[in-house]
Design a protein around this ligand. Structure first.
Ligand SMILES: Nc1nc2c(c(=O)[nH]1)N[C@H]1C(S)=C(S)[C@@H](COP(=O)(O)OP(=O)(O)OC[C@H]3O[C@@H](n4cnc5c(N)ncnc54)[C@H](O)[C@@H]3O)O[C@H]1N2
Ligand code: MOO
Length: 428
């Protein structure tokens, strides 16, 4: 288990956060296979986060990245309020024995109470402000109320069932930091502070090009030698899942001039160009030659299975990520390497996903020369891996919840500990 893994990169990734200032000439051709952690480090180092911002309504801010840190303008909750439906009182009016007090007011949520008359209790409802003079609430199940009187139990604690003002956040306190991607809970939290408009980084535009003469679109007939283009849809889903704009640049046939035109046009409209296919060693593709002609290409032989022939570079100054064509290699390289890179570009504070160490409920008998990312899922007895790990298969990925890692030169026996990344963790 000595091979560097995704989680072992968190330090270097954080160190380079905010970067894009690395010397990218360090993308030298490695002698052997480049470890996944090294590739991730280089990608994060090369990522220049977007700087343009816009102000948008909170209601449209799901999955956007905050560009400005937000401090709370108010205390939340704004006033002490009741955690229960019941009776508010002052514990000085009760004691260690049960006590009966007159009910002097009724306080529904959303209404301002009057100060509590000494020696009385107030009928109160969950979320309603606790009146001045009261310091505890007793839930109604523990009380007996009849004809304007309530009998309260013994030993009521001061503060009982009272949610104090500012319990969630105090005025002026840090609410959310710039670089935070806004999920449902962040939207709700900002709404609770009264924030209706947020400053966010502009959305990243990601151009996707599929390459290959064999590709046809779903909905058309499948002629001999052809296959349906699945990578286009995998990438569409993954990119949109990251809250980025997907720009569909279609399919480029195996033709040099068409490739030049498609790549140049995509680079003009997008922040990043992602292609699938055409990065291995065959002569039938033009991806490598065209990227080299229009910009710069770093072919990496990664120590990853599936996904060895990943490439990175730029087309007329726009970053380029060339994913291998095999459908499972697209999924794995995008999840393991692409997401962190794109999320950093989008202005997000990137924390590389941490692996969960879990018990293997599968065996892997053949040690490999590349770190394997198995399509796997959490079963009742531990991590299960899909029986067929062909990089041409996507049914396995639909069965799976995530990826289990088998390091180089390693086998796995049932009961061993393995690292598991859920797709949800990988996509952030
Ligand atoms: N002689 C060698 N051959 C291969 C090597 C190698 O080292 N030496 N590496 C293998 C590995 S590993 C991979 S991964 C693939 C990567 O190949 P390419 O990136 O050049 O991809 P293609 O050849 O264009 O396609 C591979 C495979 O995927 C299918 N494909 C491509 N695009 C799509 C799409 N949009 N939707 C669905 N399926 C797609 C394509 O038909 C091929 O079957 O190279 C190995 N070969
Ligand atoms: O790296 Mo490839 O995706 O193994 O087939």
């Amino acid at each position: 288990m000595s091979e560097p893994r995704l989680d072992s990169t968190s330090k270097s990734a954080n160190e380079t956060a905010g970067g894009g200032d690395c010397d990218c000439s360090r993308f030298e051709k490695p002698g052997g296979l480049m470890p996944v952690a090294k590739a991730l480090e280089l990608l994060l180092c090369a990522a220049k986060p977007v700087t343009d911002t816009e102000s948008i309504p909170l209601s449209q801010a799901l999955d956007r990245v905050l560009a400005k840190t937000i401090h709370s303008p108010i205390a939340v909750p704004p006033a002490d309020n009741s955690a229960m439906d019941g009776y508010a009182l002052n514990t000085e009016d009760t004691g260690s024995a049960a006590a009966t007090l007159p009910i002097s007011q009724r306080i529904p949520a959303g209404h301002a109470p009057k100060q509590l008359k000494p020696g009385t209790a107030a009928r109160i409802f969950t979320g309603a402000p606790v009146p001045l003079g009261a310091n505890a609430v007793v839930m109604q199940e523990q009380c007996v109320a009849t004809e304007g009187l309530v009998t309260l139990p013994a030993d009521i604690r001061p503060g009982q069932n009272v949610r104090p003002a500012g319990q969630d956040i105090q005025p002026g306190a840090l609410a959310l930091e710039a670089g935070q991607r806004l999920r449902g809970q962040e939207l709700g939290f900002l709404a609770s502070l009264g924030v209706s408009q947020v400053e966010v980084f502009r959305k990243l535009k990601i151009a996707v090009i599929s390459t290959g003469d064999e590709l046809v679109e779903p909905g058309t007939a499948l002629a001999a030698g052809k296959i349906y283009n699945s990578n286009r849809y995998t990438l569409m889903g993954l990119i949109q899942r990251l809250g980025m704009d997907y720009i569909d640049c279609g399919v480029v046939p195996d033709d040099r001039q068409a490739t030049i035109e498609a790549f140049s046009a995509a680079a003009k409209t997008a922040d990043v160009v992602i292609t699938s296919g055409g990065v291995s060693v065959g002569e039938e593709d033009h991806v490598k030659a065209v990227v080299e002609q229009l910009g710069r290409l770093d072919m990496w032989k990664l120590c990853i299975k599936p996904g060895k022939p990943l490439s990175f570079g730029e087309i007329n100054g726009t970053p380029f990520l060339g994913l291998p064509g095999n459908p499972a290699a697209v999924l794995v390289t995008f999840c393991v390497l692409g997401t962190s890179y794109l999320r950093k570009l989008s202005g997000e504070n990137v924390k590389p996903p941490a692996a969960r160490k879990m018990i293997a409920d599968f065996e892997w008998l053949k040690a490999g020369k590349r770190q394997e990312y198995l399509r796997a899922r959490i079963g009742e007895k531990g991590i299960e891996s899909y029986p067929n790990q062909s990089s041409g298969m996507l049914s396995s990925a639909c069965w799976a919840d995530g990826l289990a890692v088998v390091p180089v030169d390693s086998t796995v026996a049932k009961g061993d500990m393995v690292e598991f990344y859920s797709f949800a963790d990988l996509l952030g």
